[in-house]
Every structure is written in C-alpha cells, then in structure tokens.
Write a new protein. Sequence first.
Length: 206
Amino acid sequence: MAQMGRPRTFDRDEAIRQAMALFWQHGYESTSLAMLKSNLGNGITAPSFYAAFGSKDALFEEVVECYMATYGQVNDCLWDDTLAPRDAIERALRASARMQTEQGHPSGCLIALSVNTCSPANEHIRKILTAQRDRTRSGFLRCVTRAKERGHLASGTDVRALAVTLHSFEIGLSTEARDGATGDELNAAVSSAMKAWDAHALSGVD
C-alpha cells in the first residue's frame, strides 16, 4: 500500500495572503524569516516553509503576483480602450486612492512601499518592483498618448511629462495613505491632480 505523505498543516493560499500583509506593512527587508514563519498558518516549521515556498525571495515574488491579481487591478483600466483616456486615468487614480485607504489591509501600495532602497544583496527584489511600476507608468503613458493622437490634448502636449506627473501622483498616494490621509482627502486630491490633464485638454473633448 502506498504510504501517504505528511499532510500540510496550513493553507498555502492563505499563507501567501498573510505574507502579503507582512511585506505590505513592513517592507521586504524588514520582514524577517522569523516573522514569516511565526505568522503563516499559525506558525510553520522551517522545513515546511522551504518545502512550500523555496525561499523568502520566491515567496515575495508570489506575493507580488497575488497583489497584482487582486489589489493591483485598480490600474487595469489604463489598458481598457473602451474608456476615454481621461476617464481611464481618473478611474485608476480614484480606485487607487480608495484601495489604499480602505480597511482590512495595510494602508498605501505594496509595490510603492515594499522597497525604495535596498542592500546590494536584494537588488533583484528592487528590480521586481521597478518592473511593476514601469508597467503602470507605461499604462499612464499609453492613455496620454492615445488622447493626444485622438485630438483630445493640445498638439504641444509633452505626453511623457504629463504621464510621469500623473503616475508620480499615484505613487505619492502611498505615502499620504500610510501617514493617515483619509479616502475622502485622497479623492479630493485626485480632482486637483486631474487639473494637470485639463490644462492640456482641448475644449469640447474628454
């Protein structure tokens, strides 16, 4: 009779969600293996941790994938061509402001807050997060470029500068949220930020 393997004592998907909360709150480098092992699935042994995830680095990569597939979806509208470019950007910013201040998870954005500077040994982690921010930045640029090509923005509009302005604002929401700004405050700030778009918009178009 085949011998049954030792059953897992934790739910792997739930463990990833718990790890996401730790990385989100404390950042990559400040989240130690000891913290992870004591908080995942009511505590797991080192062998079980490495059997399940391989390493802290590999677990973090899974956490980033989980975050982008859930909370990170606030920016998916940047690639929705059924939306007018301005509407897509405003929707992304308002959804981001709401998500970053809602209850039930750490405030701010995991991608923006997990690592700003890191030791040389963790340069690969910085690159993972930079790649995600680059993707979002390209979404803002895509919307601004599409608007200019459609004649929604003045011909002299610097599309890259406007895209960077709006993406930088979204990144900045993380610091404001972590420092205690409310959802209403950030939503009002989005209205002000969209004036940067309106300053370049041609009358009569979105």
